[in-house]
Design a protein around this ligand. Sequence first.
Ligand SMILES: Nc1ncnc2c1ncn2[C@@H]1O[C@H](COP(=O)(O)OP(=O)(O)OP(=O)(O)O)[C@@H](O)[C@H]1O
Ligand SMILES: [Mg+2]
Length: 134
Amino acid sequence: MEIKTFILNNLEETRDFARDFAKTLHAPVVVALHGDLGMGKSEIARTIIKTLRGEDTVVPSPTFTLVQNYDGISHFDLYRIGDVSELEEIGLPYAVDNDITLIEWPEIAQDILPSNTIHIYITQNGDGRKLVLQ
Ligand SMILES: Nc1ncnc2c1ncn2[C@@H]1O[C@H](COP(=O)(O)OP(=O)(O)OP(=O)(O)O)[C@@H](O)[C@H]1O
Ligand SMILES: [Mg+2]
């Protein structure tokens, strides 16, 4: 996949990106969201879920639950995973094969992510964000 870069100057531009990006996603597909604390991984995941499942969908952070499911969309946050063996218990391999799978803190799962995983890298850019899609 070609590399694309987006400059997102504020939260609204992050949401606009995520709405457009959501419409390109068809299961099974994995989106790995890379970026430090507060870079906007959850915001992008939340906007994708609301775009595809309805604006009224309640999207809590999976920081404590590790995964939330939305009828064929699985939203993971692997920040608290201590060992790769836990990934099976929370259903990551099944989701990867079947769902639109959105993963925050995906690094610990890198060995089981398919080669066609869409990687999104978010970094600080002034007051806004730079997003690289590859
Ligand atoms: N383009 C942008 N410019 C400035 N602020 C932004 C932009 N996009 C998102 N934000 C802000 O960044 C924050 C993102 O928080 P969010 O919880 O989505 O981050 P996260 O990457 O999921 O963090 P964590 O690692 O804690 O899960 C929000 O406060 C949001 O308003
Ligand atoms: Mg988050």
